[in-house]
Design a protein around this ligand. Structure first.
Ligand code: FES
Length: 318
């Protein structure tokens, strides 16, 4: 499946924190597709060696489709995507993006919404806030960041949200007492977490201890594919063998070989890219498959996962 691309022009670039840049994207003509709070797009970034594709949350008001805004944190161990956005993208450039998809939508039936952002994980919540306020919803935002690196938009958020805003700068030794968030929750509260894996695992673990149902905990973490030792993929029905390099994901290697695999998040959370495994040992790195599915070794999420064996034989129907 090929997802149709949208061409956009970069109309503004702004450094909003020491490691975070904001990009405003405008359509070449007309309006952009509508989207809902929590949506993301995948941005295509043509590098010298290969095309990078990373998912970024839309931060704009969903009622405004004249432009999209995204923010990108420069990753120290960038495989090229965030470095490309920071070093090579300027006002006036054209970029290709996918239409918006949403895997992190607010649960509007919730009695109260508690939003917990870590660093650049603030971005999806910026598209929640206008809608929460229009609906006069009961919510609060807890923002954890390192002032020397992240913490974008904190002044604006403090001014706009007032008593509904709580900020914790770890550089100033400010701590968010997560247990208090769970203890003081009214019945029917939903929790939304976006940030590093350590924050998500800490929150979901605590939530389980407090007996909070999994259906009331929502999180988003686009795990960028991590490098690993090279291996081969063999396509079962054609016998074609594709080499996956140290720095590329399985999905990227398949795409470079003109084999299209459905994908939405490219970060191991949406489940779109699942492929059947005929043989070989999978190194599972996604947040989508259950423990049982991972243990079965019969499926793989090629956007982030790799192989422990020299070769994986997979079944991909093109
Ligand atoms: S593209 Fe979403 S899990 Fe792979």
């Amino acid at each position: 499946m090929n997802i149709e691309q949208i061409s956009v022009r970069v109309s503004a670039v702004e450094q909003v924190a020491p490691t975070i840049r904001e990009f405003t994207l405008r359509p070449l003509s007309g309006e952009l597709p509508p989207f809902s709070s929590g949506s993301h797009v995948v941005v295509e970034m043509p590098g010298a060696q290969k095309i990078h594709r990373n998912a970024y949350s839309l931060m704009s008001d969903p009622w405004d489709t004249s432009e999209y805004r995204i923010a990108v944190r420069l990753q120290e161990d960038s495989r090229g995507g965030s470095r490309f956005m920071h070093q090579s993208v300027a006002v006036g450039d054209r970029l290709n993006i996918t239409p918006p998809a949403n895997m992190f939508a607010p649960q509007w039936e919730a009695k109260k919404h508690i939003l917990i952002a870590g660093g650049v994980g603030i971005t999806p919540f910026l598209s929640y806030l206008p809608e929460l306020m229009r609906r006069d919803a009961d919510f609060e935002l807890h923002y954890l960041y390192r002032g020397s690196q992240t913490g974008a938009y904190r002044k604006e958020l403090a001014a706009e949200l007032g008593a509904r805003y709580f900020a914790y700068d770890s550089d100033a030794a400010e701590r968010c007492e997560l247990t208090e968030l769970f203890q003081q929750r009214p019945l029917g509260t939903h929790f939304y977490i976006c940030g590093p894996l350590s924050l998500i695992e800490g929150m979901t673990g605590l939530a389980a201890e407090f007996g909070i149902p999994a259906s009331a905990i929502h999180y988003e973490e686009f795990a960028a594919p991590q490098p690993g030792k090279p291996f081969e993929i063999e396509i079962r029905h054609s016998g074609q063998v594709i080499r996956v390099g140290e720095e590329e994901s399985m999905l990227e290697a398949l795409e470079a070989a003109q084999i299209n695999v459905p994908n939405l998040c490219r970060g191991g959370v949406c489940g779109q890219c699942v492929c059947s495994v005929e043989s070989g040992e999978v190194d599972h790195r996604d947040n989508f498959l259950s423990a049982e599915e991972k243990a079965s070794g019969r499926v793989v999420m090629p956007c982030v996962s790799r192989a422990k064996s020299e070769r994986l034989i997979v079944d991909i129907q093109e």
